[in-house]
Design a protein around this ligand. Sequence first.
Ligand code: DX5
Ligand code: ZN
Length: 222
Amino acid sequence: MGIQIAPSILSADFANLERDILAVENADWLHVDVMDAHFVPNLTLGLPVVERIAQVAPMPIDTHLMIEDPDHWAPRYAEAGASSVTFHLEAAENPVAIARDLRRLGARASVAIKPGTPVDSLLDVLTEFDMVLVMTVEPGFGGQAFMPDMMPKLRSLRARADELGHDLWLQADGGVARDTIAEVAAAGCDVFVAGSAVYGAADRHAEIEALRSIAREARTDA
Ligand code: DX5
Ligand code: ZN
């Protein structure tokens, strides 16, 4: 799969959400951060808002669930219209069962790991997932500094997926911008989340294209 850009609406204007979604219509995905003030110390939005976003957005919805009890909640987001649902490994009781539920509902099944979580426990069950999200900041807030020491995780996941012949997408989230995206792409990332980089730019459309072209150049095999 080629390079895909997923702007995070965490940095959008929540009072003008539809306007800000349409401002990034050249994106491949719309990244929607769901936070519950328990798994992370911040609170954003939930099912009814995701359902409405999915109705107005011209691009598919990529939900990033930073919530407790994804075993119960993750499938509900697929039912609400999300095309990809990412839950956190640290919060899940049975990650493989969640992934199977998501696929059964027609969504892409994706699992996220925080900076302190190693990839090891995922390597034997990788084919159960369509994507792995490697957090490149501590989840909870936009605008934090990118953590380059997460790149070996992307490389290990890419190597294992290649070994298995599995078309796994890798996503990076946190601090992805013009000055960091080449390094992430070179480590094997496919799907790049960018919140403050895109929404902080005067021309969001142009920023997405700039990020896409830097990533394409850095990842010559994509
Ligand atoms: C943070 C969220 C991110 C956030 C990224 O917990 O998961 O999606 O919006 O923001 P930036 O791109 O500004 O680091
Ligand atoms: Zn996110």
